[in-house]
Design a protein around this ligand. Structure first.
Ligand code: G4P
Length: 526
């Protein structure tokens, strides 16, 4: 198969949801269809349980398991599917944001009874920012939920995207009878089974009496009426508007009962985009270019101190990646060769000889890589799209063992390279401040500094509301601002100016009083 065909058959995506909506269950059912796993429950172990918030050891144990499942590849109907796993725990939201930079599309799982929840809205903001095509899967139809039209209104409003149902449920909760597939115009009857993959019963004539016989005349009439409304209210499905991230197709089903999942998958492989062009600072790169290029979007550290190497996850953006070939690490301006790149097929990790755009390869790393690094066949370019988000929790980090300051600095530097948190240095007193999006990260850092770097740190509270990057063409105003706010000015690890706002009030005032200064809430700005 040539490069073109390899690219066209790839579908690289992430499933995102608010915790408990059914992401893990859906992932598992998709893997069952792909034949990548054979029993339900195999993916479950990857999940960081909500009860584990303060049980850091448990989280690390689970993180260990999660390497194997952080990318799940399988073949389905001639397509190569790559599902990128995202941590459900909201303290790892930053990881999820970064993973979203490596996918070409997204499936959002919404709990049919609970509707759109907070985390889903946040993740959707990232999709919107990146114009990522999304499909919505309304899950848990086997439970009594909301009126379906109300739910669709809520999705449109809360996720700020037009929707287009491509399937429609017959009944709900205990009265669930089936789902009509609008996309391929057939009805699948509900035959719940948690373990097995069963095909639904297909009925092709929605107006025939056969349907009345099977689901009763009342249900059949309701379905016909509902479908009339759907046709009237929602525009005809047009793939371009989906690829353009203007319209989100919606599917209904029950992941637990494996219902509506295959319809989702079948339609997904048809309509979801194959690898799309990616943007570097210098130019746009087409996946079809012969020369290889890719970027590191995730680094997974090995927690075992005896095996310190890490795994860098590289998303291939163009050309063919080959084992034992020299590639340019642009950041280091150094040629590197990789003898054991790994690919992920559901539960298994194996060494591969080649990989194509859309694929993720894991590269064992002894400290060469940082999140965001670009690899190329020789061209000097830098992939964009791995923003750091302005953190919301802050602490001073102090060295608790003066004999180990070298270890502490090295540890902090490497953990920041992995993207565990962000480090700022206060300009006035030179003190280091760690900023995170979740409380758990502070524990993670302290634990890992001790166990991996033999360094100990202590935290000291600091009252801050937000850190934001600042920039202005009005140099005088910028200098004036920096002078006045001297004690609240810091630099990030790239040496860029960061304003540490004590409260939203202070931030608002600063924005009003210094109109020529731009305040940025992600690190990726121009
Ligand atoms: P998440 O990854 O989005 O956090 O959700 P997960 O798949 O773990 O699902 C959360 C809970 O919802 C699980 O129950 C799961 O079994 C259940 N669930 C998922 N899909 C459906 C569905 O279609 N219908 C119904 N009724 N339930 C569903 P749990 O009790 O938390 O876990 P478990 O003991 O079942 O493993």
């Amino acid at each position: 198969m040539g490069l073109k065909q390899e690219i066209e058959r790839r579908r690289t995506f992430a499933i995102i949801s608010h915790p408990d909506a059914g992401k893990t269950t859906l992932t598992e059912k998709l893997l069952l269809f792909g034949g990548a796993i054979h029993v339900a429950g195999a993916v479950k172990s990857n999940k960081i349980k909500k009860t584990a918030t303060s049980d850091f050891m448990e989280i690390e144990r689970q993180r260990g398991i999660s390497v194997a499942t952080s990318v799940m590849g399988f073949d389905y109907r001639g397509h190569k599917i790559n599902i990128l796993d995202t941590p459900g725990h909201q303290d790892f939201a930053e990881d999820t944001f970064r993973t979203l930079t490596a996918v070409d599309s997204v499936i959002i799982v919404v709990d049919g009874a609970k509707g759109v929840e907070a985390q889903t809205k946040k993740l959707m903001q990232v999709c919107r920012m990146r114009k990522t095509p999304v499909i919505v899967f309304v899950n848990k139809l086997d439970r009594d939920g909301r009126d379906y039209f109300d739910l669709l209104d809520e999705i449109e409003e809360q996720l700020q995207i037009q929707v287009k149902p491509l399937s429609w449920p017959v009944g709900e909760g205990s009265g669930l009878k089936g789902v009509y597939n609008i996309y391929n115009e057939s009805l699948y009857l509900f035959q719940g089974d948690k373990q097995e993959v069963k095909k639904g019963v297909e009925i092709n004539d929605i107006n025939g009496s056969e349907l009345d016989d099977i689901i009763t005349k009342t249900s059949a009439d309701t379905l016909r009426e509902d479908l009339d409304i759907v046709r009237e209210v929602y525009p005809n499905f047009n793939r371009d508007t989906y690829i353009d991230a203007q319209v989100a197709p919606v599917f209904f089903g029950s992941a637990l009962f494996n219902f509506g999942v295959q319809e989702l998958l079948d339609c997904f492989v048809d309509i979801a985009p194959s690898p799309l062009p990616s943007q570097t600072e210098e130019r746009q790169v087409s996946p079809y270019e012969e020369a290889f290029s890719g970027f590191v979007f995730k680094i997974h550290a090995n927690m075992d101190p005896n095996h310190r190497n890490r795994l860098a996850f590289v998303k291939i953006c163009s050309g063919k990646f080959e084992r034992n070939t020299n590639y340019l690490h642009v950041g280091l301006n150094k040629k590197l060769k990789f003898s054991s790149p790994t690919a992920f097929m559901a539960e298994k990790k194996s060494i591969i000889d080649e990989a194509y755009p859309g694929d993720i390869v894991g590269i064992p790393d002894t400290g060469n890589f940082k999140i965001g690094d670009t690899l190329t066949s020789g061209e000097i370019m830098h992939y964009k799209g791995l923003p750091s988000f302005s953190p919301e929790l802050f602490k001073y980090v102090n060295n608790a063992d003066p004999m180990k300051s070298k270890q502490l600095n090295k540890g902090l530097e490497q953990l920041m390279d992995e993207g565990v948190a962000q480090l700022f240095t206060n300009k006035m007193n030179g003190r280091k401040i760690i900023g995170t999006v979740g409380q758990l990260q502070f524990e993670v850092i302290q634990y890992r500094l001790l166990h991996e770097y033999n360094a100990s740190c202590q935290y000291e509270g600091i009252m801050l509301h937000k850190a934001c990057w600042i920039k202005s063409d009005n140099e005088e105003q910028l200098n004036d601002f920096k002078k006045r706010k001297y004690q609240y000015m810091a630099t990030d690890t790239h040496g860029r100016d960061v304003f540490l706002a004590e409260s939203s009030y202070v931030l608002q005032n600063a924005q009003t009083n210094f109109p020529d200064i731009q305040f940025f809430f992600t690190s990726e700005f121009k």
